[in-house]
Design a protein around this ligand. Structure first.
Ligand code: PRP
Length: 184
């Protein structure tokens, strides 16, 4: 019989547990519900990493929300992003005059979100904010900070809860740190 796959075996340690994620996401949802009280907001999931965060977060928002999706990829070599972003799938909704909340899994160098913000601002939304689950400020290469942050994390290779290693492990229910032997 084939051996059962153990997704946890590449994980060095749990950085943010399932319980911590859910508690903080509920807090963020309550904060967003307060800030967008009486308004309606277009929540934009940036595929693929934000998929679980987006899905959990919007279910804690009690204001009127529309859900939309974008898929973007950054040109870069290896782990570095260049800031040149290709929109593989654009959102379907027109955002002119609307409140828009970008929902992302992680801000690292900041190039991806800085570029995306510029692209969406050109469409003249009423407001444009960024909500990131994870922020790695020590890696920042441009002047940008999320408006809402779940957790500020150290510069470690993280995976799980949407974040991948070689496109796998996005279905781990927690955020873990990859064992160094897998990327060294
Ligand atoms: C990740 C993340 C951000 C970007 C952050 O996406 O979702 O979009 O990298 O990096 P930066 O701040 O250095 O620009 P990735 O390209 O890994 O795609 P994915 O969401 O499909 O995994």
């Amino acid at each position: 019989m084939a051996e059962k796959t153990d997704l946890n075996k590449v994980v060095d340690k749990v950085l943010v547990s399932e319980e911590e994620l859910q508690r903080r996401i509920a807090e963020l949802g309550a904060q967003l519900s307060e800030d967008y009280e009486g308004k309606d907001v277009i929540c934009v999931c940036i595929l693929r990493g934000a998929v679980h965060f987006f899905s959990d977060l919007v279910r804690h928002m009690t204001c009127m929300t529309e859900l939309d999706f974008m898929s973007i990829s950054s040109y870069g070599n290896g782990k570095r992003t260049s800031g040149i972003v290709r929109i593989a799938k654009d959102m379907d909704t027109s955002i002119t005059g609307r409140h828009v909340l970008i929902i992302e899994d992680i801000m690292d160098s900041g190039h991806t979100l800085k570029h995306l913000k510029k692209v969406l601002e050109a469409r003249e939304p009423a407001s444009l904010k960024i909500c990131c689950l994870l922020d790695k400020p020590s890696r920042r290469e441009c002047d940008i900070t999320p408006d809402y942050t779940g957790f500020v994390i150290p510069n470690e290779f993280v995976l799980g809860y949407g974040l991948d290693f070689n496109n796998f492990y996005r279905n781990l229910p927690y955020v873990g740190v990859l064992k160094p032997e897998y990327y060294e």
